[in-house]
Design a protein around this ligand. Structure first.
Ligand code: ZN
Length: 172
């Protein structure tokens, strides 16, 4: 397997699980394959293969060519690996994760949380403003949550992710 194929297999596995890795491995060794050929080779139900191919397509790890079957009247899909640079796919993925983490941090920064020791419910200040610090669910007395640690953890993750992305930018 080439280095590029190897990265694609690893990405597929990390993002979508083992089956995705096997599919990508299979596509790396053939030029293209239909869902039914893949189902047969891997011994997996064709519907499961189809669902996974769609997921892989959304992550831009595979692409397809559609051909109309003149006799049957339906379309056949020939799947193959993406032409995209796998490092670019990885970077895109990491950037998406980064923006999710940044949004979460902003959310934590902008809100005070309250937790109910009785039912475990977690609420924002807005949600409990009308309840005089009592749990809207069970009437327990709410406690303010200190989210300093959670925020610190998020900041560290964001920094690490930024460093990884910067490293990839330099390598390509
Ligand atoms: Zn409660």
């Amino acid at each position: 397997m080439s280095g590029r194929h190897h990265i694609l297999v690893t990405l597929a596995k990390k993002i979508h699980g083992d089956l995705a890795g096997w599919i990508v491995e299979e596509l790396a060794s053939s030029i293209e394959a239909t869902d039914e050929q893949l189902a047969q080779k891997l011994g997996v139900d064709v519907n499961v293969i189809r669902r996974m191919l769609n997921e892989l397509y959304e992550s831009r790890l595979v692409m397809y060519r559609r051909v109309r079957d003149v006799e049957q009247g339906w379309y056949l899909y020939y799947w193959r690996l993406t032409d995209d640079d796998p490092i670019r796919i990885l970077k895109e993925r990491l950037r998406k994760t980064l923006s999710i983490l940044e949004r979460r941090l902003t959310h934590e920064d902008n809100s005070n949380f309250f937790i109910c020791p009785r039912c475990g419910g977690k609420f924002t200040f807005e949600e409990i403003a009308d309840y005089m610090f009592h749990c809207p669910r069970c009437d327990g007395i709410l406690e303010a949550v200190d989210n300093t640690k959670a925020k610190e953890k998020l900041r560290v993750m964001i920094e690490e992710l930024k460093n990884i992305i910067m490293g990839l930018d330099k390598s390509s």
